[in-house]
Design a protein around this ligand. Structure first.
Ligand code: NAI
Length: 340
Protein backbone atom coordinates (compact mmCIF):
# COMPACT_ATOMS: atom_id res chain seq x y z
CA UNK A 1 0.00 0.00 0.00
CA UNK A 2 1.31 3.42 -0.86
CA UNK A 3 1.46 5.97 1.95
CA UNK A 4 -0.62 9.14 1.85
CA UNK A 5 2.49 11.24 1.21
CA UNK A 6 3.42 9.09 -1.79
CA UNK A 7 -0.07 9.61 -3.13
CA UNK A 8 0.23 13.37 -2.70
CA UNK A 9 3.61 13.34 -4.46
CA UNK A 10 2.16 11.24 -7.23
CA UNK A 11 -0.79 13.56 -7.82
CA UNK A 12 1.48 16.62 -7.76
CA UNK A 13 3.62 15.07 -10.46
CA UNK A 14 0.57 14.30 -12.57
CA UNK A 15 -0.66 17.78 -12.41
CA UNK A 16 2.67 19.47 -12.99
CA UNK A 17 3.07 17.37 -16.10
CA UNK A 18 -0.38 18.53 -17.20
CA UNK A 19 0.75 22.16 -16.91
CA UNK A 20 4.09 21.35 -18.55
CA UNK A 21 2.35 19.53 -21.38
CA UNK A 22 0.32 22.65 -22.05
CA UNK A 23 3.62 24.58 -22.20
CA UNK A 24 2.81 26.92 -19.35
CA UNK A 25 4.00 27.40 -15.79
CA UNK A 26 1.98 26.12 -12.85
CA UNK A 27 -0.02 28.88 -11.23
CA UNK A 28 -1.78 28.86 -7.90
CA UNK A 29 -4.69 31.23 -7.35
CA UNK A 30 -6.30 31.75 -3.93
CA UNK A 31 -9.73 33.31 -3.43
CA UNK A 32 -10.38 34.71 0.06
CA UNK A 33 -14.11 34.99 0.71
CA UNK A 34 -14.74 32.18 -1.77
CA UNK A 35 -18.11 31.10 -0.35
CA UNK A 36 -19.70 34.53 -0.82
CA UNK A 37 -21.89 36.07 -3.49
CA UNK A 38 -18.85 37.08 -5.58
CA UNK A 39 -16.58 34.31 -4.36
CA UNK A 40 -18.67 31.38 -5.64
CA UNK A 41 -19.11 32.45 -9.28
CA UNK A 42 -15.51 33.72 -9.24
CA UNK A 43 -14.37 30.26 -8.09
CA UNK A 44 -16.32 28.77 -10.99
CA UNK A 45 -14.73 31.14 -13.53
CA UNK A 46 -11.21 30.59 -12.20
CA UNK A 47 -11.73 26.82 -12.33
CA UNK A 48 -12.48 27.27 -16.04
CA UNK A 49 -9.31 29.31 -16.61
CA UNK A 50 -6.70 27.08 -18.30
CA UNK A 51 -3.84 29.16 -16.81
CA UNK A 52 -4.77 28.05 -13.28
CA UNK A 53 -3.24 24.78 -12.08
CA UNK A 54 -4.20 25.06 -8.41
CA UNK A 55 -7.24 26.86 -7.00
CA UNK A 56 -7.44 27.50 -3.28
CA UNK A 57 -10.85 28.47 -1.90
CA UNK A 58 -10.81 30.08 1.55
CA UNK A 59 -13.62 31.47 3.69
CA UNK A 60 -14.62 31.54 7.34
CA UNK A 61 -17.48 29.14 6.49
CA UNK A 62 -18.91 27.18 3.58
CA UNK A 63 -15.80 26.49 1.50
CA UNK A 64 -15.77 22.68 1.81
CA UNK A 65 -19.07 22.59 -0.08
CA UNK A 66 -18.09 25.14 -2.71
CA UNK A 67 -14.75 23.39 -3.27
CA UNK A 68 -16.33 19.91 -3.57
CA UNK A 69 -18.86 21.26 -6.05
CA UNK A 70 -16.41 23.21 -8.24
CA UNK A 71 -13.80 20.42 -8.10
CA UNK A 72 -16.05 18.09 -10.13
CA UNK A 73 -15.71 20.27 -13.21
CA UNK A 74 -13.41 18.52 -15.71
CA UNK A 75 -10.85 21.29 -16.16
CA UNK A 76 -7.17 21.01 -15.10
CA UNK A 77 -7.13 23.22 -11.95
CA UNK A 78 -6.87 21.22 -8.72
CA UNK A 79 -9.39 22.68 -6.27
CA UNK A 80 -9.02 22.69 -2.48
CA UNK A 81 -11.28 24.23 0.14
CA UNK A 82 -9.97 25.80 3.34
CA UNK A 83 -12.13 26.99 6.20
CA UNK A 84 -11.31 29.04 9.30
CA UNK A 85 -8.25 31.01 10.26
CA UNK A 86 -6.18 27.98 11.18
CA UNK A 87 -6.27 26.89 7.51
CA UNK A 88 -5.53 30.32 6.03
CA UNK A 89 -1.77 29.77 5.89
CA UNK A 90 -2.08 26.57 3.91
CA UNK A 91 -4.64 28.19 1.62
CA UNK A 92 -2.19 30.98 0.80
CA UNK A 93 1.15 29.18 0.66
CA UNK A 94 2.68 29.24 -2.83
CA UNK A 95 0.00 31.49 -4.34
CA UNK A 96 0.86 33.52 -7.43
CA UNK A 97 -2.36 35.54 -7.33
CA UNK A 98 -4.62 36.18 -4.32
CA UNK A 99 -8.10 37.55 -5.03
CA UNK A 100 -9.94 39.12 -2.08
CA UNK A 101 -13.74 39.42 -2.27
CA UNK A 102 -14.14 38.91 1.52
CA UNK A 103 -16.36 41.22 3.51
CA UNK A 104 -19.88 42.57 3.69
CA UNK A 105 -21.64 44.01 0.62
CA UNK A 106 -23.77 47.18 0.48
CA UNK A 107 -27.48 47.30 1.29
CA UNK A 108 -29.82 49.98 -0.15
CA UNK A 109 -29.02 53.40 1.29
CA UNK A 110 -25.44 52.45 2.20
CA UNK A 111 -22.41 53.97 0.53
CA UNK A 112 -19.22 51.98 -0.01
CA UNK A 113 -17.74 54.02 2.83
CA UNK A 114 -20.41 52.69 5.23
CA UNK A 115 -18.77 49.30 4.86
CA UNK A 116 -15.51 50.71 6.03
CA UNK A 117 -15.20 49.50 9.59
CA UNK A 118 -16.10 45.85 9.03
CA UNK A 119 -14.24 45.36 5.79
CA UNK A 120 -11.16 47.32 6.86
CA UNK A 121 -10.65 44.89 9.74
CA UNK A 122 -11.17 41.84 7.52
CA UNK A 123 -8.75 43.12 4.87
CA UNK A 124 -6.14 43.97 7.46
CA UNK A 125 -6.24 40.44 8.89
CA UNK A 126 -6.06 38.78 5.48
CA UNK A 127 -3.19 40.98 4.29
CA UNK A 128 -1.23 40.23 7.45
CA UNK A 129 -1.51 36.54 6.54
CA UNK A 130 -0.52 37.22 2.91
CA UNK A 131 2.65 39.01 4.04
CA UNK A 132 3.49 35.91 6.08
CA UNK A 133 2.56 33.06 3.73
CA UNK A 134 2.83 34.40 0.15
CA UNK A 135 4.57 37.78 0.23
CA UNK A 136 5.35 37.64 -3.50
CA UNK A 137 1.78 37.08 -4.70
CA UNK A 138 -0.12 39.61 -6.79
CA UNK A 139 -3.02 40.83 -4.63
CA UNK A 140 -6.32 41.64 -6.38
CA UNK A 141 -8.41 43.64 -3.90
CA UNK A 142 -12.16 43.51 -4.52
CA UNK A 143 -13.42 44.23 -0.96
CA UNK A 144 -14.93 47.68 -0.68
CA UNK A 145 -14.31 50.51 -0.19
CA UNK A 146 -11.44 49.80 -2.62
CA UNK A 147 -10.33 53.46 -2.36
CA UNK A 148 -9.45 52.70 1.28
CA UNK A 149 -8.81 48.93 1.39
CA UNK A 150 -5.91 49.18 -1.08
CA UNK A 151 -4.08 51.80 1.06
CA UNK A 152 -4.80 49.62 4.13
CA UNK A 153 -3.20 46.63 2.39
CA UNK A 154 -0.18 48.75 1.43
CA UNK A 155 0.31 49.86 5.04
CA UNK A 156 0.00 46.30 6.36
CA UNK A 157 2.60 45.10 3.84
CA UNK A 158 4.92 48.03 4.62
CA UNK A 159 4.76 47.24 8.31
CA UNK A 160 5.60 43.58 7.58
CA UNK A 161 8.45 44.67 5.27
CA UNK A 162 6.92 42.91 2.25
CA UNK A 163 5.36 45.82 0.34
CA UNK A 164 5.95 45.81 -3.40
CA UNK A 165 3.88 48.48 -5.10
CA UNK A 166 3.98 46.49 -8.33
CA UNK A 167 1.98 43.68 -6.75
CA UNK A 168 -1.03 45.41 -5.19
CA UNK A 169 -4.13 46.09 -7.30
CA UNK A 170 -7.55 47.53 -6.54
CA UNK A 171 -9.95 45.75 -8.90
CA UNK A 172 -11.85 48.43 -10.83
CA UNK A 173 -12.58 46.19 -13.82
CA UNK A 174 -16.32 46.21 -13.12
CA UNK A 175 -16.37 49.95 -13.81
CA UNK A 176 -14.70 49.25 -17.16
CA UNK A 177 -17.11 46.39 -17.90
CA UNK A 178 -20.08 48.66 -17.18
CA UNK A 179 -18.68 51.60 -19.18
CA UNK A 180 -18.15 49.30 -22.17
CA UNK A 181 -21.67 47.85 -21.97
CA UNK A 182 -23.41 51.19 -21.52
CA UNK A 183 -21.35 52.88 -24.26
CA UNK A 184 -22.00 50.06 -26.75
CA UNK A 185 -25.74 50.29 -26.06
CA UNK A 186 -25.91 54.04 -26.48
CA UNK A 187 -23.54 54.33 -29.46
CA UNK A 188 -24.93 51.20 -31.17
CA UNK A 189 -21.51 49.64 -31.70
CA UNK A 190 -20.66 45.94 -31.17
CA UNK A 191 -20.06 45.54 -27.43
CA UNK A 192 -17.24 43.03 -27.85
CA UNK A 193 -15.19 45.58 -29.79
CA UNK A 194 -15.56 48.40 -27.26
CA UNK A 195 -12.76 49.75 -25.10
CA UNK A 196 -13.19 52.53 -22.53
CA UNK A 197 -10.55 53.50 -19.98
CA UNK A 198 -11.92 54.26 -16.51
CA UNK A 199 -9.65 56.21 -14.17
CA UNK A 200 -9.67 57.71 -10.67
CA UNK A 201 -11.05 55.47 -7.95
CA UNK A 202 -13.86 53.02 -7.29
CA UNK A 203 -16.76 54.87 -5.64
CA UNK A 204 -19.32 57.38 -6.93
CA UNK A 205 -17.76 60.46 -8.51
CA UNK A 206 -14.24 59.06 -8.09
CA UNK A 207 -15.11 56.68 -10.96
CA UNK A 208 -14.19 58.63 -14.12
CA UNK A 209 -14.87 56.89 -17.44
CA UNK A 210 -12.97 58.52 -20.33
CA UNK A 211 -15.58 58.25 -23.08
CA UNK A 212 -13.61 60.74 -25.19
CA UNK A 213 -11.05 57.92 -25.62
CA UNK A 214 -13.62 55.16 -26.21
CA UNK A 215 -13.16 52.94 -29.23
CA UNK A 216 -14.74 52.42 -31.71
CA UNK A 217 -15.10 56.23 -31.70
CA UNK A 218 -18.50 57.68 -32.54
CA UNK A 219 -19.84 61.14 -33.09
CA UNK A 220 -23.38 59.92 -32.49
CA UNK A 221 -23.27 60.88 -28.81
CA UNK A 222 -24.16 64.36 -27.56
CA UNK A 223 -22.63 66.01 -24.51
CA UNK A 224 -25.84 65.13 -22.63
CA UNK A 225 -25.44 61.48 -23.65
CA UNK A 226 -21.85 61.45 -22.36
CA UNK A 227 -22.94 63.04 -19.08
CA UNK A 228 -25.67 60.42 -18.68
CA UNK A 229 -23.30 57.54 -19.54
CA UNK A 230 -20.77 58.86 -17.02
CA UNK A 231 -23.40 59.07 -14.29
CA UNK A 232 -24.74 55.59 -15.07
CA UNK A 233 -21.22 54.13 -14.87
CA UNK A 234 -20.60 55.90 -11.56
CA UNK A 235 -23.95 54.70 -10.17
CA UNK A 236 -23.80 51.20 -11.70
CA UNK A 237 -23.21 49.59 -8.31
CA UNK A 238 -26.15 51.42 -6.76
CA UNK A 239 -28.37 50.38 -9.69
CA UNK A 240 -27.69 46.73 -8.75
CA UNK A 241 -27.95 47.30 -4.98
CA UNK A 242 -31.42 48.85 -5.46
CA UNK A 243 -32.59 46.17 -7.89
CA UNK A 244 -31.49 43.44 -5.45
CA UNK A 245 -33.48 45.30 -2.75
CA UNK A 246 -31.55 44.28 0.33
CA UNK A 247 -30.04 41.06 -1.01
CA UNK A 248 -26.55 42.46 -1.60
CA UNK A 249 -24.64 44.16 -4.39
CA UNK A 250 -23.19 43.13 -7.76
CA UNK A 251 -21.92 39.55 -7.59
CA UNK A 252 -22.19 37.93 -11.04
CA UNK A 253 -20.89 40.87 -13.08
CA UNK A 254 -18.25 41.42 -10.39
CA UNK A 255 -17.16 37.78 -10.55
CA UNK A 256 -16.81 38.15 -14.33
CA UNK A 257 -14.80 41.37 -13.92
CA UNK A 258 -12.62 39.78 -11.20
CA UNK A 259 -11.95 36.80 -13.46
CA UNK A 260 -10.97 39.09 -16.35
CA UNK A 261 -8.53 40.98 -14.15
CA UNK A 262 -7.01 37.86 -12.57
CA UNK A 263 -6.59 36.35 -16.04
CA UNK A 264 -4.71 39.50 -17.11
CA UNK A 265 -2.44 39.18 -14.05
CA UNK A 266 -1.71 35.52 -14.90
CA UNK A 267 -1.00 36.35 -18.53
CA UNK A 268 1.40 39.08 -17.42
CA UNK A 269 3.17 36.68 -15.04
CA UNK A 270 3.48 34.16 -17.87
CA UNK A 271 5.17 36.72 -20.10
CA UNK A 272 2.34 37.47 -22.52
CA UNK A 273 3.18 40.89 -24.02
CA UNK A 274 1.00 44.03 -23.99
CA UNK A 275 -1.49 43.01 -21.31
CA UNK A 276 -3.16 46.26 -20.28
CA UNK A 277 -6.06 46.72 -17.82
CA UNK A 278 -7.24 49.62 -15.69
CA UNK A 279 -6.53 49.21 -11.98
CA UNK A 280 -6.26 51.26 -8.77
CA UNK A 281 -2.54 51.16 -7.96
CA UNK A 282 0.24 53.18 -6.37
CA UNK A 283 0.68 55.99 -8.85
CA UNK A 284 2.39 59.23 -9.78
CA UNK A 285 -0.14 60.03 -12.52
CA UNK A 286 -1.68 62.68 -10.24
CA UNK A 287 -0.58 64.10 -6.89
CA UNK A 288 -2.57 61.32 -5.14
CA UNK A 289 -0.57 58.30 -3.91
CA UNK A 290 -3.06 55.80 -5.39
CA UNK A 291 -5.00 56.23 -8.61
CA UNK A 292 -6.71 54.02 -11.18
CA UNK A 293 -5.47 54.21 -14.77
CA UNK A 294 -4.34 51.87 -17.49
CA UNK A 295 -1.61 49.56 -16.25
CA UNK A 296 0.62 47.22 -18.25
CA UNK A 297 0.99 43.86 -16.51
CA UNK A 298 4.08 41.70 -16.68
CA UNK A 299 6.26 39.16 -14.92
CA UNK A 300 6.59 41.34 -11.82
CA UNK A 301 3.03 42.66 -11.72
CA UNK A 302 2.82 46.32 -12.73
CA UNK A 303 5.33 46.97 -15.51
CA UNK A 304 4.10 50.44 -16.38
CA UNK A 305 1.42 52.82 -15.13
CA UNK A 306 0.04 54.70 -18.11
CA UNK A 307 -0.84 58.39 -17.98
CA UNK A 308 -4.33 59.72 -18.62
CA UNK A 309 -3.92 60.78 -22.25
CA UNK A 310 -5.92 63.63 -23.74
CA UNK A 311 -9.00 64.54 -21.63
CA UNK A 312 -12.12 66.41 -22.74
CA UNK A 313 -13.09 69.56 -20.82
CA UNK A 314 -15.86 67.55 -19.12
CA UNK A 315 -13.36 64.87 -18.03
CA UNK A 316 -10.89 67.50 -16.80
CA UNK A 317 -13.68 68.86 -14.59
CA UNK A 318 -14.49 65.35 -13.36
CA UNK A 319 -10.84 64.75 -12.53
CA UNK A 320 -10.59 67.90 -10.41
CA UNK A 321 -13.92 67.05 -8.71
CA UNK A 322 -12.91 63.57 -7.65
CA UNK A 323 -9.58 64.39 -6.05
CA UNK A 324 -10.92 65.62 -2.71
CA UNK A 325 -13.03 62.54 -2.02
CA UNK A 326 -10.39 60.12 -3.26
CA UNK A 327 -7.72 61.80 -1.15
CA UNK A 328 -9.79 61.53 2.01
CA UNK A 329 -10.70 57.87 1.36
CA UNK A 330 -7.00 57.05 0.89
CA UNK A 331 -6.11 58.91 4.08
CA UNK A 332 -8.90 57.15 5.97
CA UNK A 333 -7.41 53.78 5.01
CA UNK A 334 -3.89 54.78 6.03
CA UNK A 335 -5.17 56.15 9.33
CA UNK A 336 -7.08 52.94 10.06
CA UNK A 337 -4.04 50.79 9.34
CA UNK A 338 -1.91 52.83 11.73
CA UNK A 339 -4.51 52.96 14.51
CA UNK A 340 -5.43 49.27 14.52
P1 NAI B 1 -20.97 38.25 0.58
O1 NAI B 1 -21.40 38.65 1.96
O2 NAI B 1 -21.94 37.48 -0.25
O3 NAI B 1 -19.64 37.39 0.68
C1 NAI B 1 -18.55 37.77 1.44
C2 NAI B 1 -17.85 36.55 1.93
O4 NAI B 1 -16.72 36.97 2.70
C3 NAI B 1 -18.72 35.66 2.83
O5 NAI B 1 -18.73 34.33 2.33
C4 NAI B 1 -18.03 35.75 4.19
O6 NAI B 1 -18.10 34.56 4.95
C5 NAI B 1 -16.61 36.05 3.75
N1 NAI B 1 -15.77 36.59 4.84
C6 NAI B 1 -16.10 37.44 5.83
N2 NAI B 1 -15.05 37.63 6.64
C7 NAI B 1 -14.02 36.90 6.13
C8 NAI B 1 -12.68 36.69 6.53
N3 NAI B 1 -12.16 37.27 7.60
N4 NAI B 1 -11.94 35.87 5.76
C9 NAI B 1 -12.44 35.28 4.65
N5 NAI B 1 -13.71 35.44 4.24
C10 NAI B 1 -14.48 36.24 4.97
O7 NAI B 1 -20.50 39.58 -0.15
P2 NAI B 1 -20.21 39.81 -1.72
O8 NAI B 1 -21.44 40.27 -2.38
O9 NAI B 1 -19.51 38.61 -2.24
O10 NAI B 1 -19.21 41.06 -1.65
C11 NAI B 1 -17.91 40.94 -1.12
C12 NAI B 1 -17.16 42.28 -1.15
O11 NAI B 1 -16.94 42.72 -2.48
C13 NAI B 1 -17.90 43.42 -0.47
O12 NAI B 1 -16.98 44.19 0.26
C14 NAI B 1 -18.42 44.23 -1.63
O13 NAI B 1 -18.66 45.58 -1.29
C15 NAI B 1 -17.29 44.10 -2.59
N6 NAI B 1 -17.64 44.42 -3.98
C16 NAI B 1 -16.67 45.00 -4.75
C17 NAI B 1 -16.89 45.34 -6.06
C18 NAI B 1 -15.80 45.96 -6.87
O14 NAI B 1 -16.10 46.41 -7.99
N7 NAI B 1 -14.56 46.02 -6.44
C19 NAI B 1 -18.20 45.11 -6.69
C20 NAI B 1 -19.14 44.45 -5.83
C21 NAI B 1 -18.86 44.14 -4.52
Amino acid sequence: LRSASQLVRRSRRDYSSAAAAAGQPERKVAILGAAGGIGQPLALLMKLNPLVSSLSLYDIAGTPGVAADVSHINSPALVKGFVGEEQLGEALEGSDVVIIPAGVPRKPGMTRDDLFNINAGIVKGLCTAISKYCPNALVNMISNPVNSTVPIAAEVFKKAGTYDEKKLFGVTTLDVVRAKTFYAGKASVPVTEVNVPVVGGHAGITILPLFSQATPATNALSHEDIKALTKRTQDGGTEVVEAKAGKGSATLSMAYAGAVFADACLKGLNGVPDVVECSFVQSTVTELPFFASKVRLGKNGVEEVHGLGQLSEFEKGGLENLKGELKSSIEKGIKFAHAN
